[in-house]
Design a protein around this ligand. Structure first.
Ligand code: NAD
Ligand code: TDX
Length: 381
């Protein structure tokens, strides 16, 4: 199977008429990716956002894009990747030559409490999408299926070392097991059917529009509300943090310059223990919104600073101890680099949450569903 650089892909991406189908574009990384491509790159084609709008998918995250580019260069299609007819219809309707597949159930804790949706969306959904692409593209090579995956498929590291693209898979949670299964399916479609695929395995993302179930937004919002900041186990688990726009730029580079059949690790090269991240957040909040002036915090007995809210709780079952990504390949072969440093990126992210209380309220309360009904009624099946 050829692994030549995708010259045809470069040509397609330069074309004004190209359409990129983004699955899961209403989620955290997908919405940031769409904004990044449409506002910060030379791309002049269109984006179709295909999303089921689960609890994690919020069109409020793309309200600005919809207002400025909606129905010209940005289109939303509500749908489930597990529904083959709906997926085929949308690929056909827009003559899609490029798919960037973000849609997934993504939260590890939810996968522990209820794995069924993870099996359905992450494995069956990816399978349906691959089948739809294969059937629509009929052996064409000037097309691309990019699959977005995670470092968690590689398992858990000891004190040293980092995951390479060649590290054997060893997933430990239902979430990472389903992502691993989807990665295997994507590679199988390359080897068996010649579908031009690329894959990326990325470390923990942070940035604006992240649903407040993940560590960073959860801690920011709990602190502001004077609630406990839950730290699992001893707080010494290590994650490798990457700003979501650095992830978006990496995927964009892969679409332009990545070779079909190849996998690229993407990472922040920024290892932090969870307790350090929580303390960093508390310190930044003391500057931006001091606890002493916050009515939710200052009247609580025994609490004078945000750090006083830190509460060690029972550990996550099967909690992976340490992740670290070796991303030398994408740096060397595609020239990608991280642009954000963690302390500046974290400060900007916390400021964003402080300025966007309305977004937080809408995604928590489900108000965005009403917004969808108002703005999208009759536009999609
Ligand atoms: P997210 O949970 O914020 O968003 C997922 C999106 O997918 C939502 O908009 C949701 O409505 C949509 N979706 C879910 N099931 C669907 C279905 N059956 N059909 C269509 N749409 C569906 O997730 P995220 O954090 O943005 O992650 C995006 C991708 O990146 C996932 O594949 C995830 O595994 C991967 N990833 C995430 C991280 C991270 O730190 N968040 C790191 C590495 C890789
Ligand atoms: O309340 C919490 N307390 C806590 O200590 C939460 C929500 C998390 N944690 C710990 C667990 C992890 O060690 O913080 C770390 C980060 O947790 P999450 O934000 O849930 O992310 P993680 O489990 O590392 O997975 C994330 O990165 C890889 C994404 O959710 C995945 O989709 C991605 O694949």
């Amino acid at each position: 199977m050829s692994s030549e650089p995708a010259g045809g892909m470069r040509q397609t991406l330069a074309s004004e008429r190209t359409t990129i189908l983004v699955t899961g574009g209403a989620g955290f990384i997908g919405s940031n990716f769409i904004r990044y491509i449409l506002t910060a790159t030379e791309y002049r084609g269109s984006i179709v956002n295909f999303d089921k709008l689960t609890y994690a998918g919020n069109l409020a995250s793309l309200e600005d894009i919809d207002r400025t580019l909606g129905r010209e260069r940005y289109f939303f299609e509500r749908g489930d990747i597990c529904d083959p007819r709906r997926v085929e219809d949308v690929i056909g309707k827009y003559s899609v030559p490029i798919i960037v597949h973000f849609a997934a159930e993504s939260h590890v804790d939810r996968s522990i409490h209820g794995p069924a949706d993870f099996i359905e969306t992450n494995i069956n959904g990816t399978f349906r999408l691959l089948e739809a692409a294969r059937s629509a593209w009929q052996g064409r090579q000037d097309v691309r299926f990019h699959h977005v995956s995670t470092d968690e498929v590689y398992g858990s590291l000891g004190e040293t070392g980092a995951f390479l693209e060649t590290t054997p898979y060893d997933p430990r949670s239902p979430y990472s097991a389903t992502k691993a299964a989807s990665d295997h399916l994507v590679r199988a479609y390359f080897h068996t059917y010649g579908l031009p695929v690329t894959l990326s395995n990325c470390s923990n993302n942070y940035g604006p529009y992240q649903f407040p179930e993940k560590l960073i937004p959860l801690v920011v919002l709990n602190a502001l509300e004077g609630k406990a900041l839950p730290v699992y186990g001893d707080g010494m688990n290590v994650r490798d943090w990457l700003h979501v726009d650095d992830h978006g730029e990496a995927v964009w580079q892969i679409l332009h310059k990545g070779a079909a059949g190849e996998t690229y690790n993407i990472g922040g090269e920024c290892e932090k223990r969870n307790i350090e991240v929580v303390r960093d957040i508390c310190a930044i909040l003391e500057e931006l919104a001091p606890a002493a002036e916050n009515p939710c915090v200052k009247d609580r007995a025994g609490v004078s600073r945000y750090e006083d809210l830190i509460t060690f709780v029972g550990d996550r079952p099967g909690h992976d101890r340490r992740y670290a990504i070796n991303c030398d390949k994408i740096k060397r072969e595609l020239g990608w680099r991280q642009r954000y440093d963690f302390s500046g990126g974290l400060r900007a992210t916390i400021s964003w949450y402080l300025r966007n209380a309305a977004w937080v309220e809408s995604v928590r309360s489900g108000d965005y569903q009403k917004w969808i009904d108002r703005n999208y009624a009759g536009r999609n099946s």
